[in-house]
Design a protein around this ligand. Sequence first.
Ligand code: ADP
Ligand code: 5GP
Length: 189
Amino acid sequence: MTLPGKLLVFTAPSGSGKTTIVRHVLSTFENTGFSVSATTRSKRPHEIHGKDYYYLSVETFKLWISLDAFAEWEEVYEGQFYGTLKSEIERLTALGRNVVFDVDVKGAMSIKQLYPKETLTVFIKVPSMEALERRLRLRGNETEESLKKRLTKAREELTYESHFDVVIINDILADALKEADEIVQKFLF
Ligand code: ADP
Ligand code: 5GP
């Protein structure tokens, strides 16, 4: 499969700063657009349906799987589904945009496999598990149970680092943003 635009896939364990870095890239580079994923997790207070995610019931998500609507999907946490809609990639590339993704490690590898020539995968890492836990607690969206789920998953996801094209260590945020700018500039232009 070939595409008119380029695909920039950000992946990282939850809490590593992916959303922060992705937002920065989207606002810095005008010729990019965000692939809004579908999810069955509940909406966080500040999030907007259609902008951050399309929030679906599990039944609807499964129906869309059966309709072949997803380029990739994963059950990222038990009972919680996330997926990239084919229509998002089509919508953004038709607008002449390069597509920016925020997906889990398996989703990132699937997109790379689907579009190997057009895709750059960027793995974002925190300096330590302690820093990751601190950031997840500070963000304040998690219960003790969901925090535990995310930390367990993060340990597994950290083992995938070598599968990606570039790694950014998000220690000092300003440095990580600068590094992201340089990587994106080089890839898109
Ligand atoms: P993700 O999308 O990977 O789950 P977020 O971008 O939501 O991560 O970041 C998790 C939390 O950590 C947020 O509260 C964010 O403001 C904070 N954060 C991001 N980068 C840094 C950093 N370099 N140092 C400290 N806190 C950070
Ligand atoms: P969160 O609930 O913190 O928004 O996201 C949890 C995890 O799901 C993150 O690692 C995020 O990147 C991932 N995710 C979000 N959208 C998708 C998607 O469309 N596909 C896949 N595979 N993972 C996704």
